[in-house]
Design a protein around this ligand. Structure first.
Ligand code: FE2
Length: 154
């Protein structure tokens, strides 16, 4: 399945939407580089992700507090787990450089993140935020149901 930014993923907060779109763009760059047998993009993506997990997650968690999001604790726990994985990848990069093993692990982790978190957990947050603003009807599905659904609407 192609992993693409779509408007259904929009949270309606310009800063957060721009950060999500940027992550998809950066990941595309990694995939293009992998197709060209170029591993150098891996270190760029890891450097980007180290900032991303700090700034973007903090912004999302601020938004969840502002809207009293009921699934905030579960959502933030996923952030913590991904940040730990990025730390582990940065350590591995320092130890062995952009090895084939590291590039494959990075590709797998970010694919999983986009699929399981951005398409599902963040999508559920977006529905909640937009519903609070009266822009969409309040979704009856919970974040866990959205997680099981795993793919955004076309
Ligand atoms: Fe998130």
């Amino acid at each position: 399945m192609a992993l693409r930014w779509t408007s259904t993923l929009s949270i309606g907060v310009t800063e957060l939407d721009a950060q999500h779109e940027e992550l998809f763009r950066r990941f595309d760059r990694l995939l293009d580089a992998m197709l060209a047998h170029d591993r150098s993009e891996a270190s760029h993506l890891i450097a980007f992700l180290q900032h991303y997990v700090r700034d973007h997650f903090a912004a999302e968690e601020r938004l969840m507090r502002e809207v009293a999001y009921p699934d905030a604790a579960l959502h933030a726990a996923e952030h913590v787990a991904f940040a730990a994985e990025i730390d582990a990848l940065a350590h591995l990069l320092a130890l062995e450089g952009a090895s084939a093993r590291l590039v494959l692990r990075l590709e797998r982790e970010v694919t999983g993140w986009l699929h399981d978190h951005v398409y599902s957990t963040d999508h559920a947050l977006a529905r909640f935020v937009l519903a609070r603003r009266g822009e969409v009807p309040l979704a009856s599905e919970s974040a866990s149901a959205a997680r099981e659904r795993r793919t955004p609407e076309a």
